[in-house]
Design a protein around this ligand. Structure first.
Ligand code: HDD
Length: 667
């Protein structure tokens, strides 16, 4: 079913250019007669200056690029709609958080952080999760990430951090990687980043899909009710499909097989009508409890464990529409942490305070001047009236004879009244360049994260440290990191030291607290939208394949027939030929033919690789011969038989079998 059209969608109609006129024109609307030959003095003569069409065409081409975002350059966008579950008037006066009948249009941009615009999607990195709510009171931007903490505590360190993680300055290597000296040099000298680094080394940094990752506002913000009372709030997005990740070895291979893996996944899901859903949850902390924690609420390197302050679901966002033009919408969207509506305010988190400067500043450069809020994707659905004027690319014709306040000529309009009121927080202090002592503990929550991980998650974290530090050239950086790891947990320190061939760090005392909510175990399970490769060949029993396929597709899975050639096999259309397919772009694989495929090294590799990455591997009918040819151990998640559809679906819904021993699997 097509989602309803909302106010933002209708507003964009005035800017859309349909392909309803087949005649080409210049930018001035003059019909073009020939766009293949420049105007020349004779067929072999020089091009003439007066060829205005040639000059316009080339000039426009020369100016097509705008600066990519200095961070989060690679991203994908989608339109959505936010629906509130229950009015929150007790905490906030924000209209869109008070009226459950209102459907608020949104635009979301997911992104990686470090890579350039053309880098691969599946890299070890933080993912941006930025949401623009087009509310009736103006735009509210929730510019978050898929980790709940950040690398630094004070925004003045942001250029240092970004310079360290970006490619190194002398040779611009490596692209979209933290596995290099300058990043780890920064980390070893700036231990406030360690908690975030634990998230970065975990599988959270390699999400299976933008549809299967959480989002966090990170900072403590403030809700303010109609009486002017404040409540601290942390924002969380929780994907309905659960939070799932790829495995590292797979990530490396997806980069080559489909660098657009996450982007394509989001696009295709929305095109297919499998609209991604995220629940918006809040952690609410009364102001009276501000100092009740063993960390500072203003410190963005800390979470409030869910066990201490539970998550309260307040609404749901559904992504319902793909953009129509990447540049116009996804590239030109401009987020800003200071785009707020009445009822939502900041705290003094020094990272947030810095962001409130940086985002406006960066858009001025990136989008070429102060009128970027008039770009269609950025326009609020609320009316815009003020005395701000002129500048490059002004699109509006202000009819008013005045552009100042107060005025008597325009009846005093536009008048500033009944608008956004900043929370009246009492502040006092001496001007000082110093952090609060309450920001000093950099290890406790890194330890909390480690303690909360399942065994497989711990193994992956250790492997990630070893991969990353294995790419570091300078020994003193590795040594320092081993010491930090030991302070986070002696087990982590010992494992990393062992892999790096360094002495185990001295064991310190660490706490044993855990926050089970931090582990990715126990996620909602569903086979819906999971992609399954059905390996088939000429001669496969098509009826069995069709029955299997229908059973899986009936539950929302996406099945693709992969066969040695295009066209048809057994009367069924082939989706991909084997030489153009790879197991890493699927969630699971089922073999349905034994003969031809068992003799194909590529098919054998296909199932071995899927097995190695912990995926469900099935065999129907003679398909078991392929599994035998691959010498697959009879392990968990390997499902063989003639009626395996429901057992296989159950295995796929469980995502991965992380406890398989794959050390001897040659793929
Ligand atoms: Fe930032 C982009 C998220 C700290 C400065 N940031 C950007 C985007 C996201 C975040 C999701 C991409 C928005 C989009 O899709 O267009 N940033 C965060 C989070 C942070 C954070 C969750 C910490 C909690 N950022 C941060 C700091 C600064 C910036 C401390 C500077 C002091 N961020 C920027 C920026 C960017 C940006 C330079 C680049 C492009 C843009 O803003 O629009 O201004």
């Amino acid at each position: 079913m097509q989602p309803e059209r909302d106010a933002k969608d209708r507003q964009l109609d005035e800017h859309r250019v349909p392909l309803d006129d087949l005649n080409m024109t210049t930018d001035q609307g003059t019909r073009v007669d020939d766009t293949d030959n420049s105007l020349k003095a004779g067929t072999r003569g020089p091009t003439l200056m007066e060829d205005f069409h040639f000059r316009e065409k080339i000039t426009r081409f020369d100016h097509e690029r705008i600066p990519e975002r200095v961070v989060h350059a690679r991203g994908s966008g989608a339109y959505g709609v936010f629906e509130l579950y229950e009015p929150l008037g007790e905490y906030t006066s924000a209209a869109f958080l008070n009226d459950t009948s209102v459907k608020t249009p949104t635009f979301v941009r997911f992104s990686t952080v470090a890579g350039f615009r053309g880098s691969a999607d599946t890299v070890r990195d933080v993912r941006g999760f930025a949401t623009k709510f087009y509310t009736t009171q103006g735009n509210f931007d929730l510019v978050g990430n898929n980790f709940p903490v950040f690398f630094i505590q004070d925004g003045i360190k942001f250029p240092d951090f970004v310079h360290a993680v970006k490619p190194e300055p002398h040779n611009e290597i490596p692209q979209a990687q933290s596995a290099h000296d300058t990043f780890w040099d920064f980390v070893q000298l700036q231990p406030e980043s360690l908690h975030m680094v634990m998230w970065l080394m975990s599988d959270r940094a390699i999400p299976r899909s933008y549809r299967m990752m959480q989002g966090f506002g990170v900072h403590t913000f403030r809700l303010v009710n109609a009486q002017g009372q404040g409540t601290f709030v942390k924002w969380h997005w929780r994907p309905k499909l659960g939070t799932y990740s790829l495995v590292w070895d797979e990530v490396l291979r997806v980069q080559g097989n489909d660098p657009d893996f996450n982007r394509r996944d989001l696009w295709e899901a929305i095109e297919r009508g499998a609209y991604p859903e995220y629940e918006l949850c809040v952690q609410l902390v009364p102001e009276s409890r501000e100092h009740d924690f063993d960390f500072d609420l203003l410190d963005a390197t800390k979470i409030i464990p869910e066990e201490q302050v539970p998550l309260r679901p307040i609404g749901k966002m559904t992504l319902i529409r793909n953009p129509q033009n990447f540049h116009a919408e996804t590239e030109q969207v401009a987020f800003h942490t200071a785009n707020l509506v009445p009822g939502i305010d900041f705290t003094n988190d020094p990272l947030l305070q810095a962001r409130n400067f940086s985002y406006l500043d960066t858009q001025l450069l990136r989008l070429g001047g102060p009128n970027f809020p008039q770009i269609p994707i950025n326009r609020p659905i609320a009316p815009v009236r003020n005395d701000q004027r002129d500048g490059f690319h002004q699109h509006l014709i202000h009819e008013s004879r005045t552009s100042y306040a107060p005025n008597s000529i325009s009846g005093g309009c536009p008048a500033a009244m009944d608008g956004y009121r900043h929370y009246q927080e009492k502040v006092e202090g001496s001007k000082i360049r110093k952090r609060s002592p309450s920001f000093e503990d950099h290890y406790s929550q890194a330890t909390l994260f480690w303690n909360s991980m399942a065994d497989w998650e711990k193994r992956h974290i250790v492997a990630a440290f070893l991969f990353e530090l294995g790419h570091v050239e300078r020994k003193h950086i590795k040594e320092a990191m081993v010491v930090h790891c030991g302070k986070i947990h002696p087990d982590l320190g010992a494992a990393v030291a062992q892999g790096l061939g360094l002495p185990a760090p001295g064991g310190g005392q660490v706490h044993s607290n855990a926050s089970p909510a931090l582990s990715m175990t126990g996620q909602p399970r569903s086979v819906a939208t999971r992609k399954i490769a059905i390996l088939m060949a000429d001669g496969t029993d098509a009826a069995a394949v069709t029955a299997f396929r229908q059973a899986l597709e009936g539950q929302g899975a996406i099945c693709e027939i992969v066969a040695p050639h295009e066209g048809e096999v057994g009367g069924l259309p082939v989706d991909r030929q084997l030489s153009a397919a790879n197991s890493v772009i699927y969630d699971a694989v089922v073999a349905t033919d034994g003969g031809a495929l068992a003799a194909s090294a590529r098919a054998v590799f296909f199932v071995l690789e899927a097995f190695r990455h912990g995926k469900a591997v099935g065999a129907v009918g003679s398909g078991r011969q392929l599994l035998e040819a691959a010498r697959l151990p009879n392990d968990t998640g390997v499902i063989v038989g003639d009626d395996i559809a429901s057992a296989f679906a159950e295995a796929v819904a469980g995502h991965r079998f992380y406890d398989r021993d794959v050390s001897g699997v040659p793929a």
